[in-house]
Write a protein that binds this ligand. Structure first.
Ligand code: SF4
Length: 281
């Protein structure tokens, strides 16, 4: 199916947040929709997709005015003395293909650089983020958080074929560390992996790792993931033992042994303590 791209105007840039992201005041989605089409993506079950129509992964709405709108909202919040801790993004990837043309995320980072928030987490699976390392470095209390769900590129190709390769993301992490950014890896959701090899790859490529699972992180104790048919997808490739509430224990233990327990977080609590990490900047 061809990708449908629409240019739209948003009424607001920042969205008040809570629940899993209760450590943040707002999330920011420069786009609606996501070409990475992860089969487990919980956004497919949210009203933002269900009212949109179309198949998940086959449309992208570009919020053309998001940077300008964001600058106004930041000024308003800060003039009222409100805390501003932003998660960019929770329902789209800010560095999917459309960003190379539209540069909406970059425009938002420019607004943050001009008027820094108390905390900004840039969450992506895409090596395209490298283009904006200059801006990320300028923003105080900004963390680059890259998702890497597995060390095994065959698993990645089977389960999330549209997502950038493991090697590209590892190279991006290396570049981020070399640039002096504060870097977090989110193994979220954890996919089948080799724990020892995975921990070895991550130990020098980030400051901290957060592990999350379908059962702890999908907001419904794994029921949302079940409805999306991920159990069947795993069975297709013989990954059944990885679809269990305790499947992450070995990786978590190995990461703590290799990297030190203070550099490892888990699920909601891990996402909530990122503020400590921004002290690296
Ligand atoms: S990258 Fe994130 S928003 Fe995009 S499909 Fe995957 S999980 Fe969903």
């Amino acid at each position: 199916m061809p990708l449908t791209v629409r240019e739209i105007t948003c009424k607001s840039a920042l969205t008040k947040t809570g629940g899993f992201l209760s450590a943040y005041t707002h999330s920011l989605q420069p786009y609606t929709g996501c070409i990475f089409q992860c089969p487990y993506c919980y956004v497919q079950a949210l009203p933002v997709h269900q009212y949109h129509g179309g198949l998940w992964g086959e449309y992208v709405d570009v919020k053309m005015n998001a940077p300008k709108q964001l600058a106004q909202e930041l000024a308003r919040l800060k003039s009222r003395g409100k805390p501003v801790r932003v998660f960019l993004s929770s329902a789209t990837d800010p560095y999917q293909g459309a960003e190379s043309k539209y540069r909406i995320t970059r425009g938002c980072l420019e607004a943050f650089a001009a008027d820094p928030p108390d905390l900004l987490v840039v969450q992506t699976r895409s090596p395209m983020v490298r283009r904006d390392f200059d801006l990320i470095k300028q923003i105080k209390h900004c963390v680059l958080s890259m998702t890497l769900e597995t060390n095994d590129d065959l698993v990645r190709r089977r389960l999330t074929p549209r997502v950038p390769s493991v090697s590209h993301r590892l190279k991006t992490l290396e570049a981020a560390m070399a640039t002096g950014l504060t870097v977090q890896v989110t193994v979220s959701p954890m996919l089948p992996n080799d724990p020892v090899a995975f921990a070895d790859l991550l130990k020098d490529r980030c400051h901290r790792v957060i592990v999350d699972t379908y059962f702890d992180g999908d907001g419904a104790g794994g029921k949302r993931t079940e409805r999306l048919g991920i159990r069947r997808l795993y069975a297709q490739y013989g990954y059944e033992t990885w679809y269990a509430p305790d499947a992450h224990h070995i990786l978590l233990k190995t990461l703590k042994e290799v990297m030190g327990a203070d550099r490892i977080g888990f699920s909601k609590e891990g996402f909530s303590t990122v503020e400590d990490l921004s002290g690296h900047t």
